[in-house]
Design a protein around this ligand. Sequence first.
Ligand code: ADP
Ligand code: MG
Length: 288
Amino acid sequence: SIPLGFFGGIGAASKHGVLVKGGNYLEALNSAKTVVMDKTGTLTEGTFKVTDIMSAEGFTKKELLELAAQAESNSNHPIALSILEAYEGEVGVAQLDSYQEIAGCGLKVVIAGKEVLAGNYKLMEREGITYLSPKQVGTVVHIATDGKYAGYILIADRIKIDAKEAIKGLKRLGIEQVIMLTGDNLQVAKSVADELGVDDYRAELLPQDKVTELEKLLKNKEEKDKLLFVGDGINDAPVLARADIGVAMGGLGSDAAIEAADVVLMKDKPSNLIDAINIAKFTRKVVW
Ligand code: ADP
Ligand code: MG
């Protein structure tokens, strides 16, 4: 059974916008040693902006953006939203003949009989399309139509203002390692990891790879040391469920992620994790 004092701790946490789904999780927070964090939407805002458009031979920038917008018109991925925002014209959603999401890669759609690919270099490689690589660091969406490369759209996300302070604070509270996991490309992952000072990171992960990485970390730690995972996306739900303590972003987060989580950060602020751990430590002192 859970000592009554933990209810006080849960109340204190909720005043900071931290929803704890049970006293046992508050207690587990005391023993957290490893924090694993998703990048997009957790450490970064998750709202992308188009920063560059490069059309390949035979396509204008306008044509490229239009193809991309049409392909993305049925998706609500943050990448899709940024492309639709940059494209100001009307998109012909009704003409979408088929729509396929390829996990960790992007989209393959048919619009008015014409195939359009929108996604990262892995999508281009699996479809046998030769692509250009931008020099700038960013998330890249390559576009191809009917087997022809049309160019790329470069988009960028911003690191949350409290992310760096959150990582520092976690270390001060005795967290031994902070690891970032992302489906995004290696260059973007490295630049975010360096800026934030995380101990380690893994990039270009498919949703299933995130589960595998987490299971490896769970296997290699001591039972008494707890592992905390923080994420926001639908893809993160299986990882949230497996971690000793699953923490979801409550504002931006998908319903599936919030449902699967043990702790929810209602303000989407990674620094609220520090409040949660501090309250857990204080509650333990009062309870025992
Ligand atoms: P994460 O949230 O960690 O970035 P995702 O699995 O959502 O992971 O996406 C992984 C990668 O797949 C993205 O970085 C992007 O390159 C590509 N991708 C996913 N969805 C789309 C989309 N709708 N349009 C273009 N690319 C996409
Ligand atoms: Mg995500």
